[in-house]
Design a protein around this ligand. Structure first.
Ligand SMILES: [Zn+2]
Length: 439
């Protein structure tokens, strides 16, 4: 008998790799934050002597969900302005509120709120793009979440930096100070082709190669963006990024609602990743990402929620469902984006896009114990013929019971273990009062 830290057993385990696999009455053996073994529960009890054994009787275990694109502090602007055209929404509500309130305190409390929501929804890893990324990293560390900090670059001044040069310098400084951290990693996050000029983008292409970190950027979000780029630069944004050396396996193109067949082939050939944010695209009427065509071409497609001002939640279970349903509607094919593929997009595909494919995104021996348990015994998911079907088409966040990152419990029986909910409520109420008074 081998002594280990922890055994977690459940009626169903969906490890995501191999694709489509559903294991019945299996257990995960966990030691020193890593998955040591995945085997039938009976065998596990004969082979291992765990310090704790968490027996889940009605649950499915899945890899912790990976939110491949968000702006977590924007939780504080959730529901501030809805049902408006993009430019009215941005120019008359979101940008004025950000201009007035964004600072370290806003980012701290907004990320805290996002962390509570993400953990309660089964998310264990998020890729962020916002000002004051160091503060986001500190809050993520306190919450116990795995975070990819987008080192934001934009040509416009903010409370965080004055110009592209200063954003890059500050980002590099954060990268150098935190690069050894077990749960933090980095990507460059130039906001979008229309807000960052050629020189900083060229510099980021070089730096990303030197530091071996991804580049995370909104690309082809709307038809308007593409038309404007053609008028201004004489080419579509993706072509401009390609000429600047940014399109390749390190690129995460977020949204990509406007893609021609040749561009889809080009993304596949270069190994670029797409982050699909269906609910944000629907809410802002941005267009439809051709997900099924991308998957068929061999492009790695991950899932993101985008910020909570345009979604309005950080719910990846919901995002999987929307992605699966929308792909069928857009392609006219009910077989498009089946449940197991949606689950893979929300886990392993996200991890791979972020360069974390060897660390998280699937339940395999050697990987970090980043795990989400979903109670499928609730009336909403009965009867149960296929757990993958329920996870994508029927389950909701209230059924997420337990969440672990690197073997550490962040949610136990629906209770947050690392965050103080009454304190968080007080902080958010204070922001609500100030922001509502100014809007
Ligand atoms: Zn975004």
């Amino acid at each position: 008998m081998q002594t280990i830290d922890k055994l977690i057993s459940a009626p169903w385990i969906l490890p995501v790799e191999p694709q489509g696999c559903v294991l019945e009455d299996h257990a995960l053996a966990i030691h020193e934050g890593r998955i040591l073994d995945l085997l039938p529960t009976e065998e596990a009890q004969a082979r291992y002597r765990p310090e704790t054994h968490r027996r889940l009787e009605r649950h499915a275990l899945i890899p912790g969900l990976v939110n491949a694109h968000t702006h977590s502090p924007m939780t504080l602007l959730r529901g501030l302005a809805d049902d408006l055209p993009l430019m009215d929404w941005l120019q008359n509500h979101i940008w004025p509120a950000e201009g007035r309130f964004v600072g370290e305190g806003f980012v701290h409390d907004g990320t805290l709120l996002a962390a509570a929501e993400m953990i309660r929804g089964g998310t264990t890893c998020f890729n962020d793009m916002y000002f004051f990324p160091e503060t986001t990293g500190q809050v993520a560390a306190r919450a116990g979440l795995r975070a990819v900090l987008g080192l934001i670059v934009i040509d416009f001044p903010s409370a965080w930096a004055g110009d592209a040069e200063e954003y890059i310098t500050k980002g590099l400084d954060i990268h150098d100070r935190y690069k050894g951290d077990a749960l933090l990693s980095f990507c460059f996050a130039p906001h979008a082709p229309y807000t960052v000029g050629d020189d900083p983008l060229r510099r980021l292409a070089t730096l990303a190669q030197e530091l071996e970190i991804p580049v995370h950027m909104h690309v082809h979000e709307t038809a308007h963006e593409v038309e404007e780029a053609v008028a201004r630069f004489g080419m579509r944004p993706l072509e401009r990024l390609a000429r600047l050396g940014l399109v390749g396996p390190s690129l995460l193109g977020v949204h990509m609602t406007q893609l021609e067949a040749a561009e889809i082939r080009y993304l596949a050939e270069t190994g670029a990743h797409v982050v699909h944010c269906p609910e944000s695209n629907l809410k802002l009427a941005s267009g439809f990402c051709p997900v099924q065509a991308l998957l068929e071409a061999g492009v790695n497609v991950a899932l993101g929620t985008d910020g909570s001002a345009s979604n309005n939640d950080l719910d990846l279970l919901g995002e999987m469902r929307t992605a699966a349903l929308l792909a069928k509607g857009v392609s006219g094919d009910a077989a498009a984006l089946p449940a197991h593929t949606a689950l893979r997009m929300a886990t392993l595909n996200g991890a791979r896009a972020l360069g974390l494919g060897e660390i998280t995104g699937s339940l395999e021996p050697g990987k970090s114990a980043d795990i989400t348990a979903v109670d499928l015994g609730e009336p909403e998911t009965l009867p149960l013929y296929d757990p993958a079907s329920h996870l994508v088409y029927a389950a909701a966040r209230h059924q997420v019971s337990d969440v672990w990152v690197a073997g550490r419990p962040l949610l136990r029986d629906r209770q947050l273990t690392t965050l103080d909910l009454p304190d968080l409520r007080r902080r958010v109420a204070d922001w609500q009062r100030r922001i509502a008074a100014a809007d």
